[in-house]
Ligand binder design. Structure first.
Ligand SMILES: [Zn+2]
Length: 160
């Protein structure tokens, strides 16, 4: 599917290059450094350019990075890290820079009733600095996702 084939048959807003054409949901643009750092060399060597890619956030979509203009859809198997939101079995990474997984957060909450993951990540960001653009497939900071996940687990624990 190319952009040209699509431009005649779908409304402009769904034809933007930031919509993953495999699942139909909007993605977010990532920088070239993210694609260069995380896509396996074998797959990367097939790309005309690492520019212009977006990250697909859909949990059950196998596509991680897509570039509709270049007609490139890079799937999980071609990405070096496990993509947390697309995994259901451990280990499910939450923070790619400092290695927090869902399981660690679950266990901490089960043990102590809370999680210090956010504090830990913020402290380490201050001292070690983070490298989200190179480590996190979404190319962004994990803190928001970690906070949301902790809230979800805490709510679930309250309901028990
Ligand atoms: Zn998708």
């Amino acid at each position: 599917m190319s952009q040209v084939e699509h431009s005649c048959c779908c409304p402009a807003e769904t034809c933007t290059s930031s919509v993953c054409w495999v699942c139909g949901n909007p993605g977010t643009p990532v920088k070239r450094i993210t694609v260069e750092s995380l896509v396996r060399e074998r797959r990367q060597s097939l790309l005309a350019t690492p520019e212009g890619f977006s990250f697909c956030h859909t949990a059950n979509c196998a596509v991680v990075f897509f570039n509709n203009d270049a007609d490139e859809y890079i799937k999980k198997a071609d990405v070096k890290v496990r993509v947390g939101i697309k995994e259901t079995e451990d280990p499910v990474p939450m923070c790619y820079c400092f290695g927090w997984t869902r399981k660690q957060i679950d266990e901490e909450i089960a043990r102590t009733g809370k999680s210090l993951a956010v504090e830990d990540i913020m402290n380490r960001m201050k001292t070690a600095g983070c490298n989200c653009e190179r480590n996190n497939p979404s190319g962004g900071c994990c803190l928001k996702d970690v906070k949301n996940y902790i809230d979800t687990v805490l709510k679930r624990a309250e309901q028990k």
